[in-house]
Design a protein around this ligand. Structure first.
Ligand code: IMP
Length: 429
């Protein structure tokens, strides 16, 4: 058995979908272990674009088993839409190819409502969430008032737990946010309507994965979001509610930590961030606009324009240290073509001192000034490159600078959205 985790080293949207799809060719199982449908992976296959939110990117490869493990929060209505949308486009999905954990928590209609009410509250804290109810669902999980997919098996359990959850939620809706309350019987009716479409996929994924490991199967763990959105290690409070760091592979699947062998860190050739929060190398100028347009940096899940900036080696090195990243997959190199001189932050200056880490205090982080190394840049279409030698000199110089400042070798380099538009330097499976 070989296994590999693919994680985003920045603020998400590093282009995981394509890399997971590509490396998934050699994997038997492709597993999501955290996050929910706040993730949005876009894949382009034979000119067709697919946007996935909950289902692992491996679903587009026939013969693979896609697993949504217990660490994920699942919105059943969105999942049903995703399954139906993919099926309508000829992607075969059935209980043999998609396995969802009975222990995964459900995102309920009141979670979405609460997420939106908080974001729209003028006196509250605006985080710029995806509005999918992710935070409130994880909150209920920790509060022990959540509902798990396995609860769909019992209408009585559903009724009881929905009633308990709504007691508090309705107080907030009515008393604090001034939005309409929800009736328990309406929510129950909706939940009952999910049973037929969802239950065939619901199994004990921890045992499934433990068995797969015992049988020597190849497993690919597909991270969602990015390390700087990690609730423990990211730029708190501007983070998501789960752990995109590799520690969550074990907790979120039920496999022991030592089961994880390889970690590939996704490094977009520049940085983007969606939502609020610190971003030291952000470009609030024409260069940032140009990267956004050329890189199509608009949210897959929300359509929001992403904030763009130069690559930050401090951020990627932090991710490597937190997650045990062995190699990097460089994505979207093609976007930098024609931009002129390119920059990578090697470290920060904070109050006149050199530092090479992200301070935990947001006030300190906001005073960090990135110090850049430059690279001459490159021109032309690099999408045809399949070997390093096919790249223009300037592109190779940029990659060399990345490797020098980050201290990791590249395992693959993506030069376009299509599967084929990739320079593969190392194969895991
Ligand atoms: P939430 O995960 O919807 O609660 O949003 C919390 C923060 O994480 C917001 O800044 C979101 O924009 C960001 N976020 C959540 N999921 C993703 C993702 O898949 N890519 C990029 N940013 C994300």
């Amino acid at each position: 058995m070989t296994n590999l985790a693919i994680i985003g080293t920045q603020w998400g949207d590093e282009g995981k979908g394509k890399v997971v799809d590509l490396l998934g060719e050699g994997a038997d199982l492709i597993v999501r272990f955290q996050g929910g449908n706040n993730a949005g992976h876009t894949l382009v296959i034979d000119g067709q674009s697919y946007a996935l939110h909950t289902i692992p990117s491996g679903v587009l490869r026939p013969g693979k088993v896609s697993v949504v493990a217990s660490g994920v929060v699942v919105d059943p209505e969105d999942l049903i839409r995703e399954i139906m949308g993919l099926s309508a486009r000829g992607v075969a999905i059935g209980p043999e190819s998609l396995k969802i954990s009975e222990k995964a928590h459900m995102i309920m209609p009141y979670h979405r409502l609460l997420d939106a009410a908080r974001e729209n509250d003028p006196s509250g804290q605006k985080l710029g969430t995806t509005g999918r109810g992710i935070g409130p669902a994880y909150e209920d999980k920790a509060a022990r008032t959540g509902l798990r997919l396995g609860d769909l098996r019992s209408p009585e359990v559903l009724a009881k737990r929905i009633a308990v959850a709504l007691r508090e939620k309705n107080c907030l809706f009515e008393g604090l946010y001034g939005v309409p309350t929800l009736k328990a019987e309406d929510v129950l009716k909706r939940a009952l309507s999910w049973r037929e479409r969802i239950l065939p996929y619901v199994v004990d994924t921890a045992r499934l994965l433990q068995d797969a490991q015992a049988q020597g199967k190849n497993v690919l763990f597909e991270g969602a979001q990015g390390v700087q959105l990690d609730i423990d290690h990211g730029t708190y409070p501007y983070v998501t509610s789960s752990n995109p760091t590799t520690g969550a592979v074990s907790v979120g699947t039920g496999l022991p930590p030592k089961a994880l062998e390889n970690v590939l860190g996704l490094v977009k050739a520049y940085v983007s961030r969606v939502g609020e929060g610190p971003f030291p190398t952000e470009l609030i100028d024409a260069a940032g606009d140009e990267i956004r347009e050329k890189g199509h940096e608009f949210g897959t899940t929300t359509g929001r324009p992403r904030r763009c900036g130069w690559l930050d080696a401090v951020v990627v090195k932090a991710a490597a240290a937190l997650c045990g990243v062995g190699q990097m997959a460089v994505t979207k190199l093609d976007v930098l073509s024609g931009l002129g001189e390119l920059k990578i932050a090697s470290h920060y200056e904070l109050d006149g001192e050199r530092i090479d880490f992200l301070p935990a205090e947001l006030a300190e982080l906001s005073r960090c000034r990135p110090v850049y190394r430059t690279s001459p840049g490159f021109e032309g279409d690099v999408g045809q490159a399949r070997r390093l030698e096919d790249l223009p000199k300037g592109a190779r110089a940029y990659l060399d600078l990345m490797e020098e400042l980050i201290g990791l070798p590249a395992a693959l380099i993506s030069v376009g959205a299509e599967r084929e538009e990739t320079i593969v330097l190392h194969r895991y499976f």
